[in-house]
Design a protein around this ligand. Structure first.
Ligand code: SF4
Length: 442
């Protein structure tokens, strides 16, 4: 018997303006076509019409508005994009029925609006890639990027010159992606960006509808919504800004994992200033104490740079003493490297390589001892563990305190009945410097 395939939605496009706009139109159509959408050459055959506008001159704006009016009259289901997206109020005032207005070069926004207005039917013959996209991680955990670029200008980093200032993804697009990932088997979402705590600063006045409610583009609101979608949500690259305090109660409630990856990079105020890092180490210690009072199991992971230009033996000792007080759970350390193009390269008092090596060995020794003591204190406790690998000898997983690839593991005996992605309770029987050992209770 012949299989009847569902008809994919048909997209019409009106492209106005300069060749740059034309290229944008081509990109949007290429993306939609690769997802399985069909194209329509006329209004009548289209399920949705995109009008890519030009706003260069007043006459071009008027032409764009006329084109929107024509598409509404002829088809009725219209999404506006391009340069006039900046004047969304003007468009909405004249055409209240437009389905969405997005700006120039906002491919994800316009494609997201098409997904919403004319969703592709789920069908293995039409969809060349799974709804959750192609992944390089195992099925049970996925990285979720919430923004691109960074507004800081740390002296050792060239990311802002490579990727520009922070551009946040709209919250509903992130939540939709999270939902698709979870439907496809993800149990742990790893939220990443260059600066997760700054999420939404560029779009803070643009809340979006999600499941009938407005979601503000802010780390706390996003984390809360993600917590409703995935069993485990882990936050990476968070800076200790005051508003991070609001996320800690979500950890206490179990919506977000009690885990924060905060790249402190140093503790000495002088070195942090040379690094141009936004932080005040005295308040950070106080903040850590408060966080632990609210979420006693919170795991703090961090990274530090040793041998930054101008770092004296006194600064370095200050860092070691600070680590004694901060009692961070997981620490990665790097010797300062002059990356081509970084402002730090021109700083005076570069630290000799052998001194960097020696400081690196000292910080690693200190943090390994803290980590080992913290792990030993977990012996006898029952922890939740997500299973990564199962073989005939047992299974390997991670506790809530362990992000994949960068933190430790939990090695389980008598666990060959478990499956990858299971989240189980484990009695911890032993520990070494990095890992835990235990037995599943279910
Ligand atoms: S180190 Fe991080 S916060 Fe600093 S400029 Fe680079 S990406 Fe931004």
């Amino acid at each position: 018997m012949a299989t009847r395939l569902p008809e994919p939605p048909r997209v019409g496009m009106v492209s106005l303006g300069c060749p740059k706009n034309l290229v944008d139109s081509e990109r949007i159509l290429t993306k939609l076509r690769s997802e399985g959408y069909s194209m329509s050459a006329d209004y009548a055959g289209a399920d949705i019409v995109l009008v890519n506008t030009c706003g260069f001159l007043d006459s071009a704006k008027e032409e764009s508005l006329e084109a929107i009016g024509e598409a509404i009259a002829e088809n009725g289901r219209v999404i506006v994009t391009g340069c006039m997206g900046k004047e969304a109020e003007v468009i909405r005032a004249r055409f209240p029925n437009v389905l969405a207005v997005t700006g120039a070069h906002q491919y994800e926004e316009v494609v997201g609006a098409v997904h919403e207005a004319a969703p592709m039917p789920a069908n293995a013959y039409l969809n060349l890639v799974p709804e959750s996209g192609l992944k390089l991680t195992p099925r049970h955990y996925s990285y979720l990027k919430i923004s691109e670029g960074c507004n800081h200008r740390c002296a050792f980093c060239i990311i802002p010159s490579l990727r520009g200032d922070l551009v946040s993804r709209r919250p509903d697009a992130i939540l939709r992606e999270a939902e698709k990932l979870v439907e496809a088997g993800t149990r742990e979402l790893l939220v990443i960006s260059q600066d997760t705590s700054a999420y939404g600063v560029d779009i803070r006045k643009e809340p979006r509808m999600w499941k009938g409610e407005l979601v503000t583009p802010h780390m706390t609101d996003l984390a809360r919504e993600l917590g409703k979608i995935a069993p485990w949500v882990r936050l990476h690259y968070v800076y200790p800004y005051p508003h991070v305090d609001q996320v800690i109660p979500l950890m206490a409630e179990g919506l977000v994992l009690p885990y924060l990856d905060i790249p402190f990079q140093h503790a000495s105020h002088k070195v942090l200033k040379l690094m141009r890092r936004p932080a005040n180490e005295a308040k950070v210690l106080e903040r850590l104490r408060n966080w632990r009072a609210i979420a006693p199991d919170i795991t703090i992971r961090s990274t530090f740079v040793v041998g930054f230009p101008g770092e004296t033996e006194e600064d370095f000792r200050y860092l070691l003493d600070w680590l004694d007080e901060a009692q961070l759970d997981r620490v990665g350390a790097f010797r300062f490297e002059p990356v081509e193009g970084a402002a730090a390269n021109a700083l005076p008092d570069q630290v000799p390589e052998e001194v960097k090596e020696e400081r690196y060995a000292r910080i690693m020794e200190k943090t390994a001892a803290i980590s080992a003591a913290k792990l030993e204190a977990k012996i006898g406790r029952t922890l939740e563990v997500i299973i990564d690998v199962v073989d005939e000898d047992g299974a390997t997983g991670r506790s809530q305190a362990d992000a994949p690839e960068i933190d430790g593991e939990v090695h389980l005996r008598d666990a060959s009945h478990l499956k990858q992605g299971d989240i189980v309770r484990v009695e911890i029987e032993d520990a070494d410097e990095h890992d835990l050992f235990g037995v599943p209770l279910n």
